[in-house]
Design a protein around this ligand. Structure first.
Ligand SMILES: *[C@@H]1O[C@H](CO)[C@@H](O)[C@H](O)[C@H]1NC(C)=O
Ligand SMILES: *[C@@H]1O[C@H](CO)[C@@H](O)[C@H](O)[C@H]1NC(C)=O
Length: 249
């Protein structure tokens, strides 16, 4: 019997490359290059995908503010995935059912284990001298759910977390585990209204959940967008990160 295996990769690049941005150098930002502070952007891919396949995302960040940005595109370890009948593939934690709805079962233990892995990458970068306020975690789908968990559970306040087509991977019992500093990081949540894999309702459940934990979240709904990433979202991400970058102190 053929096994149907669903991966949640982003179908991003066809879209992105067809509307590739031309490098824009704002004349007003001339001379700002010396002020471009070191920043770190960690991108967490979706189920069955790989880090290197997502690397072209960084070519879209053409503003001079990203001149001194270090990018990291780690790949998830290979794990059996319940919603794919135990098939082994790159997966940050287990997923029980697809589509993911607002009420899908949560896999908290697995998520917390994956969070530790992400935290060790952030720790390393901060130890190397990057201001935590200039560390941004971004992720798509399963990687978006992990982004949310990683940013809110980090003991320092990071620059922010950006969730694309993700979901909340735990219930309110997590609130007591969230460090006060972690909760101060701003969250950006973008979700396609036509998403049939991680339902739009799963995205919409995010802001009220975060509000109960006193986490600030900006939610952006994208009409006509399915389970993928659009160039509009990436443009917005660029301006959102820029607006949160800390200059020289
Ligand atoms: C970016 O920074 C490097 C040094 O880190 C510098 O040599 C280069 O000219 C800068 N590029 C721009 C476009 O500012
Ligand atoms: C919430 O999650 C915790 C940890 O996974 C679990 O023990 C608890 O049963 C869950 N509560 C509800 C209401 O689902």
């Amino acid at each position: 019997m053929a096994l149907m295996v669903i991966t949640l990769c982003s179908t991003i690049f066809l879209i992105l490359y067809s509307e590739r941005n031309h490098p824009r150098v704002d004349p007003k930002s001339k001379g700002k290059d010396q002020m471009a502070r070191r920043s770190f952007i960690l991108w967490l891919h979706g189920l069955g995908d790989s880090g290197p396949a997502n690397e072209p995302i960084k070519t879209l960040f053409t503003s001079i503010e990203f001149n001194n940005t270090k990018w990291s595109f780690p790949s998830a370890p290979y794990n059996p995935v319940s919603c794919n009948h135990g098939a082994v593939m790159p997966s940050w934690f287990d997923i029980h059912e697809l589509p993911v709805t607002a009420h899908s079962p949560k896999e908290e233990d697995g998520v917390l284990k994956a969070v530790k892995h992400v935290h060790s990458m952030i720790d390393e970068e901060i130890a190397a001298g990057t201001n935590p306020a200039n560390v941004f975690v971004c992720g798509f789908s399963q990687g978006g759910a992990l982004t949310l968990a990683s940013v809110l559970l980090y003991p320092k306040t990071l620059g922010g977390g950006a969730v694309f087509s993700g979901w909340v991977p735990f219930n309110q019992s997590i609130f007591e585990k969230l460090p006060e500093n972690g909760k101060k990081a701003p969250i950006l949540w973008c979700h396609g209204m036509e998403d049939r894999t991680v339902l739009f309702e799963a995205g919409q459940a995010g802001p009220p959940f975060l509000d109960k934990a006193d986490v600030s979240c900006e939610f952006k709904a994208y009409p006509g967008l399915g389970h993928s990433i659009s160039s509009k979202e990436m443009e917005y991400l660029q301006s959102w990160i820029k607006s949160h970058l800390q200059g020289p102190s």
